[in-house]
Write a new protein. Structure first.
Length: 369
């Protein structure tokens, strides 16, 4: 609200200052109201704007010449930040039990961890009777494995006189027993160690001292903030299959996106597209954060690349740009635009090659009355 109030005040002050600056000696400043200074900023009868050089410098007007060219046809998509499966991962409990802190305590959200670093332990939650039964089962399996190995040894001694399939059957039985023994041993171990699958930042933590977790429950999530992926949904499958690259606006920085591929099954009546992004600018993004993606296609459109900041609206709510036609004169041009990226647009009609378009302070020029 303050910015809207300051703009008229700025122009009022600017007009008064310009009137004073251009007033010469001998002007009457008595009781009669001063005459309007024709040399100040003003709107012309044809809709243009007269803006003296001092006023242009005061509001930092900047113009750039435009040239026509073939620009990639781009469309805007709604997307979100997702984890790169090669640079992030989830830490899940393999068994049900109670959480215990690791050597450095439970990691906090935002803490950097190393690959393989111990984050926490899970102490099995099995009761005394259940653990006794598991121990008995483990002893039986180990005994059965011992007998199976003796049987296999005897069969190997008779390998020349018995079918090969009997030896293979004995070997298969031992492998099955090994798997069952390993599963029971894991359940009876003192605790399960939860380690970081990758180096990165702890993005999610559900760990609290004494907390009981279930098997396969996600306890931590680790991501590399400089290596993320962007998932966007395209409702026009024809456009989606023509995508070759993309871009993403992060603050004042445009981050280029590498197109990874498009899914072949619809989700929410749209086709998911995956982009890869890398760089320090991504550190301000969070997994799951909604973003705006500009997807570029193989097809092109003939037009003029113009900064999006040059676009303003006229009283009829039409999109216009201001073109400098003389040192102190600006002319509004109604234009048709298509998106290019978060910072620029393609003007497809309304401009001519060589036109000097106002790319800074266009909003202030548009408010001259």
């Amino acid at each position: 609200m303050k910015s809207r109030t300051l703009i008229p005040v700025l122009w009022l002050g600017l007009t008064v200052a310009m009137s004073t600056a251009f007033a010469g000696d001998g002007h009457d400043h008595g009781d009669a109201p001063p005459a309007t200074n024709s040399s100040g900023p003003k709107r012309l009868p044809d809709g243009g704007v007269f803006l003296p050089k001092p006023a242009q410098r005061q509001i930092s007007v900047r113009t750039l010449p435009v040239e026509s060219g073939a620009l990639p046809r781009t469309f805007e998509l709604a997307g979100k930040v997702v984890m790169d499966p090669n640079a992030g991962g989830k830490v899940q409990a393999l068994i049900a039990g109670r959480l215990e802190a690791g050597p450095r305590g439970f990691p906090n959200i935002g803490q950097r961890v190393r690959k393989g670093e111990v984050l926490a332990y899970v102490v099995p939650a099995a009761g005394m009777i259940e653990r006794s039964n598991q121990s008995a089962q483990l002893a039986e399996l180990r005994a059965a494995k011992g007998l199976a190995m003796k049987r296999l040894a005897r069969l190997n001694d008779l390998a020349d006189t018995i079918p090969r399939k009997e030896i293979e059957s004995a070997e298969s039985e031992i492998e099955s027993l090994d798997g069952r023994i390993a599963a029971l041993s894991a359940g009876l171990s003192n605790r399960d160690t939860l380690v970081a699958p990758v180096a990165g930042i702890v993005a999610m933590s559900n760990a609290v001292a004494g907390q009981v977790v279930e098997a396969r429950e996600a306890v931590f999530e680790v991501v590399d903030p400089n290596r993320l992926r962007i998932e966007a949904l395209a409702y026009d499958t024809g456009q989606a299959l023509d995508v070759v690259s993309g871009s993403l606006g992060v603050g004042d920085t445009q981050v280029p996106l590498t197109f990874v591929g498009a899914a072949r099954s619809l989700r929410e009546q749209a086709l998911p597209l995956m982009f890869r992004a890398e760089g320090d600018a991504l550190s301000s993004l969070a997994v799951g954060q909604p973003v705006k993606v500009f997807a570029s296609t193989r097809s092109t459109v003939q037009g003029y690349r113009v900064p999006a900041a040059a676009l303003v609206k006229n009283p009829s709510n039409q999109t216009i740009v201001w073109v400098k036609t003389a040192p102190e004169r600006f002319e509004p041009r109604t234009v048709t635009v298509e998106p290019l990226d978060g910072a620029n647009v393609a003007v497809t009609s309304g401009l001519r090659a060589g036109d000097r378009v106002v790319v800074r302070a266009a909003t202030l020029v548009n408010q001259v009355r």
